[in-house]
Design a protein around this ligand. Structure first.
Ligand code: ADP
Ligand code: ADP
Ligand code: ZN
Length: 225
């Protein structure tokens, strides 16, 4: 009997700090069973666990600068190694340099995965500082919130898990955001043409409401109804 299966989708969510990558990745995970690979989350976990990598990157992250390409590409490679080939992947916050983009090509080829789409979240820079300085997350499940744009439905209680404790990132200050935005402009935005040359970039308006952004992403990915 012939067998049919759908190739897992591999996508990159690209955009400056605060563009909404984490927010949108979480939704794709919940709705489509994809896996979110966020180098920022992995690095923060390493810092918290005080691993050798964590100790090395802590000060760099707090300053809003980029950690080395070798470190982040090794993290991504290890995660893909452990993942079922049937699971689609959302790369969130990676790649961030041309060097990382090339490493990702190698890593994907090794796992016989194909990069289907790069979704660029287009946002205006003024909104980013406001988004980042208002950002907080559930201390237990990591669900993301915002002081203005996305408060928990019941004050002080996580919508997802009912926990009452929240946290803010030490690098989510106005000063650090400026450095992170400069890093994005100088090193990350220039990788877009690599993917444009392959015809796989989809630009989505990241200034719309969270639900509208999700709907646009689903449309460009050919998902949903
Ligand atoms: P953002 O919310 O700005 O998108 P992330 O959580 O993705 O932030 O990243 C937080 C910090 O972790 C970055 O400022 C940087 O120091 C480090 N980092 C995360 N991903 C990478 C990467 N792919 N390359 C280099 N540094 C990274
Ligand atoms: P990134 O992962 O790109 O750094 P996040 O997904 O963490 O960004 O979003 C940054 C902050 O902005 C969060 O507090 C989030 O709740 C909020 N946010 C995300 N998308 C939108 C949107 N479309 N409109 C308004 N606020 C948003
Ligand atoms: Zn929670």
């Amino acid at each position: 009997m012939p067998q049919f299966w759908v190739e897992p989708m591999n996508i990159i969510l690209l955009g400056p700090p605060g563009a909404g990558k984490g927010t949108q990745a979480t939704r794709l995970v919940e709705r489509y069973g994809m896996r979110q690979l966020s180098t920022g989350d992995m690095l923060r976990a390493a810092v918290k666990a005080e691993t050798p990598t964590g100790l090395k990157v802590k000060a760099i992250m707090e300053a809003g600068e980029l950690v080395s390409d070798e470190i982040v590409s090794a993290l991504i490679s290890d995660e893909l190694e452990a993942l079922s080939p049937q699971t689609g992947v959302i790369f969130d916050g990676y790649p961030r340099t041309a060097e990382q983009a090339h490493s990702l090509d190698d890593i994907l080829a090794k796992h016989r995965r194909k990069l289907d789409r790069v979704v660029e979240l287009a946002v205006d820079e003024d909104a980013l500082v406001e988004r980042i300085t208002g950002r907080f997350t559930c201390a237990k499940c990591g669900e993301g919130y915002h002081d203005v744009h996305k408060l928990p439905r019941s004050a002080g209680v996580c919508d997802k898990c009912g926990n009452g404790e929240f946290k803010r990132r030490p690098d989510d200050t106005e000063e650090t955001v400026r450095t992170r935005m400069a890093e994005y402009r100088a090193k990350t935005a220039p990788i877009l043409p690599i993917y444009e040359g392959r015809g796989i970039v989809e630009r989505v308006d990241g200034m719309a409401d969270i639900d509208e952004v999700s709907a646009s992403i689903e449309t460009v990915l050919g998902l949903g109804s």
